[in-house]
Ligand binder design. Sequence first.
Ligand code: UDP
Ligand code: MN
Length: 307
Amino acid sequence: MEPQVFIVGAITLILLVQILIYLALSSKTIYCQLPNMRFYYHGKTLQNYERLPIIYVITPTYTRYVQKAELTRLSHTFMLVPNLHWIIVEDSEWSTDIVSKLVRKLKNEFDFHSITQLHSVTPERYKLKHGDPSWKYPKGVWQRNRALEWLRENLEDLDRDGVIYFADDDNTYDLELFSEMRYTRKVSVWPVGLVGGLLVERPIVNGNKIDSFNSMWGSKRPFPIDMAGFAISMHLFISHPGANFSADRKIGYLESHFLGQLVKSWDDLEPKADKCSKVLVWHTKTLNPALNGERKLIKPSSSNVEW
Ligand code: UDP
Ligand code: MN
């Protein structure tokens, strides 16, 4: 073989190998999924999860520094739950870039497709002003109502045997909670950790009935239950077409007012989580980050950074 031909051949081969290495390294990350392995169900992986009733999880959310972190954390819980449809409702006049981008990423890169992104802004009059105590107005009212409206508008395409759950963006959810609420006839209830001034706020169960509640705060409420402590069946929701949340009730009566439109008494509540003896959701709160260093910078630390 001519030496020139050999040299040209060798160079071509080296170039080709380099191109292949480049392509391999620059290709998009692929998140591998094994069939039925992504989902958690009562501690076991589940075959035929398509047959489970769908849980419609409603999350109000608003713009602040920790929002993306909160929603990222939450999404990683929800994407492990089979047949869960996540309805994110932003407290804003339009969909924001941060949330839209996150939703796109969840769909495109994590294969988490059952997400609906809505928005509904809280009227100015119900927004906290500087110096107001944090409990002055109820939060997430217009957002949860927007989600209920969406459910009613789309009933045709939804699972009538499904369940509705209100999951705030800062709480912490055990995957087992979703197995507990999956089969709800009317309203299912369970304990909530770290709420109402208690380690555990919970219904006290006697036999299969609820005897009382251990709440210390607002114990006169007809249903002394936090938003995170109950789920309602789609059937019950459909049979009460006017039921929704109101910001004009007594402070702290948001849940009681909503539940009062759906059921008559504690006898209609189904205790879950081992007769309400297990905490599977915590009313955690995230601190606002201290950004005192940021104020000293001429250019924000986040400029030219995807954060
Ligand atoms: N939220 C909202 N707009 C607001 C404040 C709160 O949409 O102006 C949402 C928030 O993202 C959360 C829910 O409403 O999902 C409850 O708010 P937060 O966790 O601050 O209330 P708390 O835990 O004090 O009841
Ligand atoms: Mn909260």
